[in-house]
Design a protein around this ligand. Structure first.
Ligand SMILES: N[C@@H](CCC(=O)N[C@@H](CS)C(=O)NCC(=O)O)C(=O)O
Length: 221
């Protein structure tokens, strides 16, 4: 079996890359990382050489190029059943798929107003009503998962699943932008920050030299 390759963007800025990377890490498979810095001259051609979307992440495995974070997560869940990337219980699995899809296709305001920048601290973004509404929804979603399905561990569905891969970058955004969180969400964000794979990703992000100005919102209040 050939070693898998995961094509990703800058660790500092690419939240979709992080999602696929977290799922792949969770399988404990050995893989090669191909980092393509985004928004620099020629980056699009490099991405198009890997997949027709010209976006990251892309997983190269079994002679296939699999693009899009959720498709990669699904592929890994099938290929590594022992990693239990989805909950074992059918009801929990249905809900985990719902919340993962909700993240994948939703929360446009959080994604726009809180650019992912996992090495940044002390950033300030003016809150708006629409941003507040999404933050409220996010916390309600996390609370429901934790309360209904989270008894077996610190993650949304107890054990670590794809739902956590989807929401870990959001928890890191809340840390970056100093968003006040209610207890359940605050505990979840704390757990995320302590997770070894997250620490490894952020440590690597801090070593990157590239800066994407659009994702560097202002410091302080
Ligand atoms: N729906 C896609 C989104 C992928 C995406 O937008 N990736 C961004 C980086 S986080 C990208 O490739 N940006 C480069 C570009 O659009 O040129 C997924 O889930 O993988």
């Amino acid at each position: 079996m050939q070693q898998m390759q995961l094509v990703i963007g800058n660790k500092a800025y690419s939240s979709w890359s992080m999602r696929a990377w977290l799922a792949l890490k969770h399988t404990h498979a050995v893989f090669q990382e191909i980092v393509v810095p985004l928004d620099v001259p020629g980056y699009k051609q490099k991405l198009l050489a890997h997949a027709p979307t010209g976006k990251v992440p892309v997983l190269k495995a079994d002679g296939l190029a699999i693009w899009d974070s959720l498709a990669i997560c699904e592929y890994l869940a099938e290929r590594f059943p022992e990693a239990r990337l989805w909950p074992q219980d059918a009801a929990a699995r249905a809900e985990a798929r719902s919340v993962s899809a909700e993240m994948h296709s939703g929360f446009p305001v959080i994604r726009r107003e809180y650019p992912f920048n996992c090495r940044a601290t002390d950033r300030f973004v003016q809150r708006t009503g629409e941003l507040d509404r999404e933050i409220v929804r996010m916390q309600a979603l996390w609370s429901r998962c934790r309360e209904r399905f989270g008894k077996g561990g610190p993650w949304l569905f107890g054990e670590f699943t794809i739902a956590d891969c989807m929401y870990i970058p959001v928890a890191l955004r809340f840390v970056t932008y100093g968003t006040e969180l209610k207890e359940v969400a605050a505990d979840y964000a704390k757990n995320v920050q302590q997770y070894p794979a997250v620490r490894e990703w952020i440590a690597a992000a801090k070593l990157e030299k590239e800066v994407i100005e659009a994702d560097e919102v202002r410091r302080g209040r």
